[in-house]
Design a protein around this ligand. Sequence first.
Ligand code: S3P
Length: 168
Amino acid sequence: MKDNIILIGFMGCGKTSVGIKLSYQMRRTMVDTDKWIEKKQKMTVSDIFDTYGEEAFRRMETECLKELIQTVDRQIISVGGGLPVREENHRLLKQLGRVIYLKVTPETVYLRLKDDTSRPLLKVEDPLGRICSLMEKRGPVYEACADRIIEASELSFEEIISRIMAEV
Ligand code: S3P
């Protein structure tokens, strides 16, 4: 197993913000799988969904993990909210490092993302309903993948970072 710290969790749980701050504090490089895919495809995630569909994006996520396993160590890796859902990715995440799940409530996600237009899966009439149903399906998956679960809704990003740093 590699020595990366991997942040998983639902859209809007704070993976990217926490990951960036953590990378400064731990002097580690930060990789974000969405950004990695966008750079490689030269397209935004939204455009990838529109042009090629969700399944193609999911394949790109798996390819991304495989490449990261070959190329990165001692880094902070923030992964897209749907990446852990693909079963094949569980084994890859475990190989890549220590998996930390930032668990938040649907209401927290809704409040953080209600004006955000960059998440194709939430471009629906009832985003809160969508968040609740996706979270119900994904919650057990995130928990099964995680080495550590942090209940993050009530915590500041600084508090989340302290907890992660106390662990590693
Ligand atoms: C997705 C989460 C997004 C991005 C894509 C799909 C999901 O990443 O990968 O829009 O299925 O939950 P964030 O979790 O970083 O928002």
